[in-house]
Ligand binder design. Structure first.
Ligand code: 3PG
Length: 228
């Protein structure tokens, strides 16, 4: 039997709802130095994407989280690719506002269920979702979304798992993001397309800002389209 703190995890679900309501897309970023962190972070925020996920895929990630928290006090800075409790703690110490994992382990789920910094656990199947639900979780990252069924899987989940909502990530692009965002059980989507390697290499922050501007409009244009 898994133990958890139901009050804390309900508060964490509410916080995740607020975070995901802030912007339709969470850029998933791998940052290698201060110049990149500040350049990309400022470009995305001025383009309207104020929730960022900094992955632990570079040695610079924890420093980037601390630096962005200082440089962009109005942004919400999360940590991604968190695989274990040691990394979870390190990200909290660096100031992360939320934690994202690509998958779910019992160890991580337990830690997240008592933490004041919310965990958005990665899931790819109904059984994983049910196991996390037993601890009180209702908000998940569906990963890798496109590989595990994408839109069709999310539609199928909405029947038996009516109270669950997702941030699908993995294979989301400008061409399909609006379709995901139109689903009732999708809170927001995540993706790496906002900071493509070539633009980062060139330091072309203006182009990244333009990508952010168009991503920030996604939900609005989908709704306008639906009501037209
Ligand atoms: C993630 O960690 O969420 C993924 O790397 C994002 O996948 P994408 O590159 O398909 O956006």
């Amino acid at each position: 039997m898994l133990s958890s703190n139901i009050t804390q995890i309900q508060a964490n679900s509410q916080r995740l709802d607020q975070i995901c309501a802030t912007a339709p897309v969470i850029p998933v970023l791998t940052l290698n130095n201060a110049e990149q962190a500040i350049g990309i972070g400022k470009a995305l925020v001025s383009g309207g994407l104020t929730v960022l996920e900094i992955t632990l895929r570079s040695d610079y990630a924890l420093a980037a989280i601390s630096q962005l928290k200082l440089a962009l006090p109005d942004a919400i800075i999360g940590a991604g690719t968190v695989l274990n409790n040691r990394q979870y703690q390190a990200c909290m110490d660096a100031g992360a506002d939320f934690i994202v994992s690509p998958g779910s382990t019992v160890e991580l789920l337990r830690f997240g269920s008592t933490s004041k910094v919310p965990l958005l656990p990665g899931v790819a199947s109904v059984s994983e979702i049910m196991q996390a639900m037993a601890l009180g979780y209702r908000r998940f990252k569906l990963f890798p979304a496109a590989v595990v069924g994408g839109i069709d899987a999310l539609k199928a989940f909405s029947g038996p798992l009516a109270e669950v909502k997702f941030c699908p990530t993995g294979g989301i692009k400008p061409s399909n993001a609006a379709e995901y965002l139109a689903l009732d059980n999708v809170m927001c989507v995540g993706g790496t397309w906002l900071a493509p390697k070539d633009l980062v290499k060139q330091g072309d922050w203006k182009a990244i800002e333009a990508l952010a501007k168009s991503a920030a409009q996604l939900k609005a244009s989908q709704l306008n389209h639906a009501s037209a």
